[in-house]
Design a protein around this ligand. Structure first.
Ligand code: MLT
Length: 275
């Protein structure tokens, strides 16, 4: 389905009972809604599940795409505004927000600007800190490489760090490579700049009064357990991180049963204060 949101024709998948409690799934970079396929399947039995393609990703396009030189800069805050626009379009005041990596950065931006719209937070394979100078320079280099060589250069550079070593040759890794290779290189480059410019959200953690689940893949090399532990120490209602075995940075795809169990336990027992 598509919704006109801000300057976007925004694609989203929706499944489940429209009257049930909503869960909004925010994908990582540079993927699309389909990374949540196992969660949409499982949680649409009990919840209204919504998974958009975020700005610059998947089937979501700008309504008035003009020439490359006229492309405005993309920001994580703008992606949060898009998400709020989608909630408005769907008539939803509040939702449980589940964000992976970049989706988690967007969840922080949502909390900063629209905390009343979040009933619960699921932070998967993400971190609160901003990029180091070195990480920023690496993003700028990758952006130039992708513009020169195409999206497969991003897939080549990123895949080995996204998956646990044993999962790199599997169907999930092939699926993710396809998604990355379908993404226009200039959009990958724009998002890399948005990621590099995102603010530090560490201080924000102290203010997160929503029930919060923190999940991390055992072999996550991009946002490791130490980052999950930091988020749990600071966010008042976060408890302990749940470590997903046999998974790297893409724990919902690499070990769906363990990821879904963690989310189901949280939804059943976490202190929800209503959707
Ligand atoms: C993601 O999965 O969204 C990316 O790894 C985020 C990042 O590069 O910081």
């Amino acid at each position: 389905m598509f919704a006109q949101v801000n300057d976007l024709n925004m694609f989203y998948e929706e499944r489940g009972d429209p009257q049930a409690g909503p869960i909004l799934f925010l994908h990582g970079f540079p993927f699309d809604h389909s990374m949540w396929t196992h969660q949409m399947e499982a949680f649409s039995r009990t919840h209204r599940c919504i998974a958009p393609d975020l700005r610059g990703h998947g089937q979501t396009t700008r309504l008035s795409a003009s020439g490359a030189s006229a492309r405005p800069a993309v920001t994580i805050e703008q992606m949060a505004d898009d998400v709020i626009g989608l909630l408005d379009h769907l008539g939803l005041d509040r939702a449980t927000v589940c964000g992976l990596s970049m989706g988690g950065y967007i969840a922080f931006a949502l909390w900063r600007r629209y905390a009343a719209r979040i009933s619960r937070l699921i932070l998967a394979d993400t971190k609160a800190g901003a990029d180091s100078d070195e990480a920023r320079q690496n993003r700028f280099r990758l952006a130039e490489l992708v513009k020169a060589k195409g999206a497969s250069a991003a897939a080549d550079a990123m895949l080995p760090r996204l998956f646990a070593p044993g999962n790199l040759g599997g169907p999930a890794a092939r699926h993710i490579r396809q998604i990355i290779e379908r993404t226009p290189p200039d959009q990958i480059a724009d998002t890399l700049h948005a990621l590099a410019a995102r603010p530090d959200s560490t201080g924000l953690l102290d203010t997160i009064t929503a029930p919060c689940l923190v999940v991390v893949g055992e072999h996550d090399a991009i946002t490791p357990l130490s980052e999950a532990e930091l988020m749990c120490r600071r966010a008042p209602l976060a408890g302990q991180p749940v470590v997903i075995p046999h998974a790297g940075h893409l724990s919902p795809l690499e070990n769906p049963p363990a990821f879904n169990q963690a989310v189901a336990d949280f939804l059943a027992h976490g202190m929800g204060n209503g959707e």
